[in-house]
Design a protein around this ligand. Sequence first.
Ligand SMILES: *[C@@H]1O[C@H](CO)[C@@H](O)[C@H](O)[C@H]1NC(C)=O
Ligand SMILES: *[C@@H]1O[C@H](CO)[C@@H](O)[C@H](O)[C@H]1NC(C)=O
Ligand SMILES: *[C@@H]1O[C@H](CO)[C@@H](O)[C@H](O)[C@H]1NC(C)=O
Ligand SMILES: *[C@@H]1O[C@H](CO)[C@@H](O)[C@H](O)[C@H]1NC(C)=O
Ligand SMILES: *[C@@H]1O[C@H](CO)[C@@H](O)[C@H](O)[C@H]1NC(C)=O
Ligand SMILES: *[C@@H]1O[C@H](CO)[C@@H](O)[C@H](O)[C@H]1NC(C)=O
Ligand SMILES: *[C@@H]1O[C@H](CO)[C@@H](O)[C@H](O)[C@H]1NC(C)=O
Ligand SMILES: *[C@@H]1O[C@H](CO)[C@@H](O)[C@H](O)[C@H]1NC(C)=O
Length: 539
Amino acid sequence: MILQILVLTLLPPSTADDVGGQWQILQNDIGVLPMHMQLLHNDRVVIYDRTDFGTSNLSLPDGKCRMDPNDTALQVDCTAHSLEYDVASNSFRPLMVQTDVWCSAGAAMSDGTLVQTGGFNDGDRRVRIFKPYPNGSDWEEIPFALSVRRWYPTNHILPDGRQIVIGGRRQFNYEFFPKTGGTSKAYSLPFLIETNDRLIENNLYPFVFLNIDGSLFIFANNRSILFDYARNKVLKTFPAIPGGDPRCYPSTGSAVLLPLKNLQAATIGAEVLVCGGAPKGSFNEALNRTFVKALNTCARTTITDPKPEWVIETMPVGRVMGDMILLPNGDVLIINGAGLGTAGWDNARDPVLNPVVYRPSDPPGLRFRLLNPSTIPRLYHSTAVLLGDGRILVGGSNPNIYYNFTGVPFPTELRLEAFSPPYLDPKFENLQPMILSPSSQTKVRHAQQLVVRFKLTGGGVTSDTVEVTMVAPPFNTHSFSMSQRLLVIGGENVTNVGNNTWDIHVSIPGSGTIAPSGYYLLFVVHGKIPSKGIWIRIA
Ligand SMILES: *[C@@H]1O[C@H](CO)[C@@H](O)[C@H](O)[C@H]1NC(C)=O
Ligand SMILES: *[C@@H]1O[C@H](CO)[C@@H](O)[C@H](O)[C@H]1NC(C)=O
Ligand SMILES: *[C@@H]1O[C@H](CO)[C@@H](O)[C@H](O)[C@H]1NC(C)=O
Ligand SMILES: *[C@@H]1O[C@H](CO)[C@@H](O)[C@H](O)[C@H]1NC(C)=O
Ligand SMILES: *[C@@H]1O[C@H](CO)[C@@H](O)[C@H](O)[C@H]1NC(C)=O
Ligand SMILES: *[C@@H]1O[C@H](CO)[C@@H](O)[C@H](O)[C@H]1NC(C)=O
Ligand SMILES: *[C@@H]1O[C@H](CO)[C@@H](O)[C@H](O)[C@H]1NC(C)=O
Ligand SMILES: *[C@@H]1O[C@H](CO)[C@@H](O)[C@H](O)[C@H]1NC(C)=O
């Protein structure tokens, strides 16, 4: 026992490889399939599905019913297709959408409001607003707010506070919300035509990231560009990932912008990691009931490099429809998905139950680690988001057109689950920092200096073992987290102020290009173990 304690104290926590994370079922039936999820700054997660398949398993409150003559399934529907999940109390309440929100997109705006865009049928040009009031709000809808229909688009929050809405089925263009000058306008993006495989498409829900120079990195199908959306100009075309296989819907892989760090330095870089997907032709094979092995490769490149190249790495397991989540400590979690097939109705087999973690700064070849499996398949229409306490909320899977609980290979899954990564293991409890100040919901400005005070009973704090990170909570659907961004904002100037308490000085990033205004979760990370996050708002 003494020896064990000694070993644990001596080893840096990140080498304690004997824990693989823990799964917990939070709810057995939330009634609504979480096809889309967004964490808001009141620690509630807004969840919604689609409206056009009939009834859900959750009634609307107070006998309310939705009357929609244009709905393709039920014109009078007294069930909910959206809900708000409260993390602290592990409870939820139904919300009411008026039109079809199927396969849409969104982002949290700089004031913390969720703005959702598009959908299907009568909902395809709508914008919906959800204000996280403490008194219990509901969706508000704006008809014809989009210039064209948007089904399967990708959104990203921009430095000026607008969001950009890119593509969607048969839309080879982009637009902004709010609209500039009051007129809706779609700007053409031929890259989306060039990457559109006739019938299969393979360029829906493109992977989009805001680069540190203000341009957008856009990955669609098997190609990627840097794009200046203000001047409608392609700035750079990246080489293809070796192999040339598609990575976007329905060959759904995923991607992240790796943590941005050294933000004070003159030359900071930005890297993108793309993982998994399905080989060329897999979608047609799946329609013919042949389920092709998913891609087991990740490709990483420095998008700020003048001559970028993709470096290939191999995952422990192949995966299509995996979600890639930036953890507070800068690692990447890959979770959910399947080993065979593609996205789309009943197109996948062999659920991958084990998440893997990818540690970007470890040496190549040693970056992946397989974690403990769930028992619940999470295939098409499953979701995952990081919570403020460091857990990952996991929901969904419905590869069926309706809510089918029997008679199908993978029943509609209404259980909500949480994955606690290894850093939440009880044995690291005394190594977990606890933030004492500032208080959650503190407002800051760009370039502001901030002192973060934290407590840590396990000791051993030095400038080498501690850093502070900031995570923008993304909008998650179809295995991609839109506007996901993690910034490392400090790791120097740690001072002991007594009582196992330390002060660390950090600088809020200097511009909206590096960190768009809005709410972020701020974490103190000690030797890879993050504190619980507090919310800060860059205003
Ligand atoms: C959903 O409702 C159906 C019909 O009422 C019921 O049979 C089923 O058990 C419910 N499903 C879940 C997962 O609770
Ligand atoms: C619903 O259908 C009616 C009649 O076709 C049409 O006038 C109306 O604009 C539709 N509503 C929406 C939101 O599409
Ligand atoms: C909740 O509060 C907001 C802001 O104060 C107000 O606009 C809204 O009407 C309130 N909603 C309800 C249901 O009371
Ligand atoms: C990328 O995909 C397109 C469309 O399927 C294909 O024609 C092209 O050969 C692929 N590129 C590479 C480098 O394989
Ligand atoms: C799927 O099956 C059809 C009909 O048998 C056949 O014509 C087609 O080539 C098959 N497609 C693939 C990708 O195997
Ligand atoms: C799935 O549910 C729908 C609607 O309830 C029903 O019509 C269909 O037969 C079900 N499919 C299976 C395979 O049970
Ligand atoms: C340390 O603890 C003592 C006793 O509880 C308290 O008086 C003192 O203010 C604390 N110091 C700091 C820096 O928190
Ligand atoms: C950390 O301390 C050094 C030396 O005192 C100083 O130059 C630097 O600005 C400080 N950094 C922060 C983030 O406070």
